[in-house]
Ligand binder design. Sequence first.
Ligand code: HEC
Ligand code: HEC
Length: 387
Amino acid sequence: MRGRALVGLLVAASTACGEAAADPEPGALSADAVRYLEDPAAGPAALEAALVNLDNGYARDRRAHYRVGDWLDLPEWRPRVYPARPGETRPVGAPLAAPETDPPRETDAFRALGEALFFDYPVQFVPGLSVALADPARFGLGVTDGRVDGLIWVDAPGGPALALTCAACHSRPTTAGRVEGLGNPDFDLARVVGSAWPPGMADVTADGRDDPMSFPDLRAVRFQHTLNRAATLRNGLLPLAARAETQIIASLGGVARPPRTYALALAVYLFELSETLPAPATTGRGRAVFDAACAHCHAGDGLAGEPVPIDRIGADPYLAESPERRTGYWQVPSLRGVADRERLFAGGEVEGLDALLDPGRAWPGHRFGLVLDAADRAALLTFLRSI
Ligand code: HEC
Ligand code: HEC
């Protein structure tokens, strides 16, 4: 399932000229993707097949509700939204144009829709967000073209309200512009909700425990073998779409759902973000050190791997054993794009690549690459900075 190329796959549905199963059309959505749009049962079936452990809260909840007669019959959530600008106390000016619900079945059209939704589709109401709108920089949020990335005004039944979009946590502001998909290490949601999490982390589970995780780098999501740090789901375009669909339903409290085109568009957009990452070198000393010390876990083009038992890593088992997402395993994340990540690991324990390979570092987890001589360490760092 994983890494399936979207471009150039055949649209199995009948085409405009009436031929079934015509020649592959470059840029058309894959047959799987079309099935997800047309058959309401395709998303639930893909999610069911992708679940790694049926005995956790995530699996139980999805299996109970993500089906016809329940979540799939909810009304579509397409609220009127307004851009959120620094200092506003209510929406000003015209609403944004409503995103299309039936774009052409082409990768490019879905990618563009997904990008718009990633920045503008409200996924979570958080009381008190107006403090972040008043002073976005203090909360680690960027401003692009006068608008605060990651916040959106929603015409909600009780009056205008601010909501988070995917971009609040998964787009990083930099002086050279935002990096779409990269975890935002500065977004300080804790300061809004009054919790003790550090910036760049949040507890996104409903397991009743305070187990925040750092915001992952979604540019690499196409390369992941499994999704979520606890390796909750096997990866693929349909599982990713179903993950987004059910995530939005759950965060809206189970009262509305996104149009299926929106969930698929988000997944297509995220898969296409991999195009923004450089291809790793296949030769050279740093690559050779990596192959010897790291590649049995971080393997292949994506430098990602099959999940490993959590005690192999020595990471905080509290995080991996969340009753909601528990699988007993830990995702071996893709390292593509790793040089841009400020805080490494699920718990954000290590700051940057130099600290990762510092034998004197305090964090006791992930003890790999710590016994290299100086030249090998330097070569490995150069390789890691180039991927
Ligand atoms: C409040 C911050 C926040 C928002 C908003 C948010 N996420 Fe996340 N996201 C997280 C955190 C934290 C994790 C890590 C969870 C884990 O690993 O269990 C995560 C994990 C993910 C993953 C798994 C990545 C991987 O490599 O395993 C995907 C995919 C994802 N988010 C997509 C989205 C999309 C799409 C949206 C918008 C619909 C969104 N997120 C909104 C915080 C957020
Ligand atoms: C036994 C398997 C294994 C080996 C060997 C291994 N890793 Fe990892 N690596 C993991 C796992 C699992 C994680 C996720 C742990 C977590 O998030 O707490 C990880 C996470 C990372 C991260 C953090 C990525 C992020 O986005 O947070 C980096 C960087 C990394 N590894 C680099 C390396 C390097 C460099 C080597 C070789 C010197 C290496 N790893 C060897 C399994 C491994």
